[in-house]
Design a protein around this ligand. Structure first.
Ligand code: SF4
Length: 455
């Protein structure tokens, strides 16, 4: 395959974005040129998600759109959907190759060295579905992957915040979740490698590093030199030029007192926790195979609030899980209303092939599921508004992200995850400031600087 320009389209979570960054870097190292305008490149990599039916549909639509606009573009589909259903993707017109997560690390070599037709590397689940001369498929059991390669996702722009994937895969088996089947067992980036990557980012000028992973709380367990997430955090905090470290989602039972204390006591730690809840009903949590009960979750978020009084505390919630009753939904509502949560991510249940929950018969009609989503989203908005109001008058630390010249304002992000608007102020990106919150706006807060802090 002779190709000179490429573009990467990423779907899904931060982990997938990090994978996309790694793909980009690998292609650049092969002397391909990145093309920013979609549809203009010779090659398009579609890095997919498969967590819901909608995610699959979006990937299919994108493939069709790109092929329609430019039938000569080579389309390579990779990521979680490619790993889960390569036989489905090769049926879509315009697809040149399908490369599952199992072969994603080799994607650049496969493309550039024109190895896409090497049949002994082709380990498709259903070889028979590949037509002679049709798309090449590279996809084998993801459970054979034991190592992790990671490149930071720096797409946040402005060289301010970088997302570093330090863990991939998951050894849990929540009954609704397809992720373990497309990302394999939990595996972590060795501590020395994380340090190397972080130092590299700091040298490039990034000042906030966000640690990400599919199951971040499981970091380090399977490494030869056993460590854990708290150990990793402690080590990273020793890096002098690191100003802010933020943690992405951590499962409730892995949010240890040690991690809470590190966030509470270190000025470098963003005062931000994200702890998936999924349901406030113990019965539903058991069906979901989530290893905690609502009262344990409630006590955990209370403990976080007590130790870190102004922290942002977010939760993921799933509505419409099969058999979910009105009473189950009411339990979820009550738990949230009484909790110190400050924002919610609400997702409707989506049946995924191969998961246990896909076999539970008693599904919830979409209209009910939609109503419950709306209900919880409204509660989430109210809680977030109250949290933002509670910050008025407080002095908070922010990192500046961009200046809106036309509006004469600077956008920033606070340690406790507030989107901050600094009116009548033009400050370069990547500065740390102390600001005082003056009011709330639609989705964030307005603030004025009180004094420049970390510079
Ligand atoms: S913890 Fe559960 S929901 Fe999260 S990735 Fe693992 S199996 Fe999926």
């Amino acid at each position: 395959m002779k190709t000179s320009t490429f573009s990467v389209i990423n779907f899904g979570c931060r982990t997938t974005q990090s994978d996309g960054a790694a793909i980009e870097e690998a292609l650049l190292n092969k002397n391909l040129r990145k093309e920013e305008i979609e549809g203009k490149s010779d090659l398009v990599i579609i890095n997919t998600c498969t967590v819901t039916k909608t995610a699959d549909a979006e990937a299919r639509q994108t493939i069709r759109r790109i092929h329609r606009r430019n039938p000569d573009t080579k389309i390579v589909v990779t990521g979680c959907y490619a790993q889960r259903a390569p036989e489905e993707i090769i049926q879509i017109r315009g697809v040149t190759s399908v490369i599952g997560n199992s072969h994603k690390d080799q994607l650049a070599s496969l493309i550039v060295n024109n190895h896409l037709s090497v049949k002994d590397s082709l380990v498709n689940k259903e070889n028979s579905s590949i037509l002679p001369g049709g798309p090449s498929v590279y996809c084998s059991s993801i459970f054979e992957s034991t190592e992790l390669r990671s490149i930071a996702d720096m797409s946040g722009g402005g060289r301010t915040r970088a997302f570093l994937k330090v863990q991939d895969g998951c050894s849990y088996r929540c009954s609704y979740c397809v992720i373990p089947f497309v990302r394999g067992h939990s595996r972590s980036l060795p501590l020395e490698e994380v340090l190397y990557q972080v130092r590299n980012l700091l040298r490039q000028g990034y000042r906030e590093i966000v640690l990400t992973g599919i199951h971040l709380g499981g970091y380090g367990r399977e490494l030869k030199n056993k460590t854990d997430l708290a150990g990793l955090i402690r080590r990273l905090l020793k890096e002098k030029s690191l100003i802010r470290l933020r943690l992405s989602s951590i499962e409730p039972l892995e949010m240890t007192d040690e991690i809470i204390e590190l966030v509470a006591t270190s000025p470098k730690m963003a005062k931000h926790f994200h702890v998936p809840l999924q349901s406030g009903s113990g019965r539903v949590l058991r069906l979901m195979r989530r290893p905690y009960q609502p009262d344990e979750y409630f006590r955990l978020v209370e403990r976080i609030r007590k130790n870190v009084p102004n922290a942002a505390i977010g939760a993921d919630l799933m509505v419409g899980f099969p058999t979910e009753t009105t009473k189950d939904h009411a339990l979820t509502r009550d738990l949230i209303l009484n909790s110190p949560l400050t924002y919610l991510h609400v997702f409707p249940f989506s049946s995924r092939p191969g998961t246990q929950a896909a076999h539970i018969q008693d599904t919830i009609p979409k209209t009910i599921s939609d109503q419950r989503s709306l209900d919880l989203r409204k509660i989430g908005e109210q809680k977030n508004r109250s949290f933002r109001k509670s910050q008025i008058g407080r002095s908070i630390s922010v990192i500046t992200l961009e200046t809106k010249k036309s509006e004469g304002t600077t956008k920033a992000l606070s340690s406790n995850f507030l989107r901050v608007n600094l009116p009548d102020l033009s400050v370069q990106p990547n500065q740390f400031l102390n600001v005082q919150v003056t009011s709330i706006n639609k989705t964030g807060v307005r603030a004025i600087p009180v004094n420049a802090s970390f510079g």
